[in-house]
Every structure is written in C-alpha cells, then in structure tokens.
Design a protein. Structure first.
Length: 70
C-alpha cells in the first residue's frame, strides 16, 4: 500500500471527526498552530480530530476496564 494513500486516509479520518462545536473549535485553533509549525492546517485539523476520537474511545472503554478489574 502506498504511504501517501495511508497518510491521506488518516487525514480524512481526522477531519471527518471534526463535527459540530468540536469541529468549529478544532478549526479555529488549527490555523494559528499551523502558522507556527511546519504542519499544514489540514494536518493539524486531522491531528485534533484523531485526538478527539481517541479521547471518546477512552471514555467509552474506561468503565468496562474498571468493571473487569473488580
């Protein structure tokens, strides 16, 4: 599989996660971050979206892990 294709898919996934108020906030902070780093605004938005998805998964899985440990 081509590395650029995988990178494009990851970027699309991260951007798709930015919906609603989280998307508005993510896009608002992505622009100044992109100006100060070597990353494009699209890449920063994707990273923010992926972080939000990971955080949501963590909150869904955490209670199940706690229950399993008891």
């Amino acid at each position: 599989m081509d590395t650029q294709t995988n990178g494009h898919r990851i970027t699309e996934f991260g951007e798709a996660a930015l919906t609603g108020w989280r998307g508005a906030a993510g896009r608002a902070i992505a622009k100044p971050i992109a100006r100060r780093t070597r990353f494009s605004q699209q890449q920063v938005e994707a990273a923010i979206g992926i972080a939000l998805v990971a955080y949501a998964i963590y909150h869904v899985v955490q209670p199940a892990i706690r229950t399993a440990r008891r």
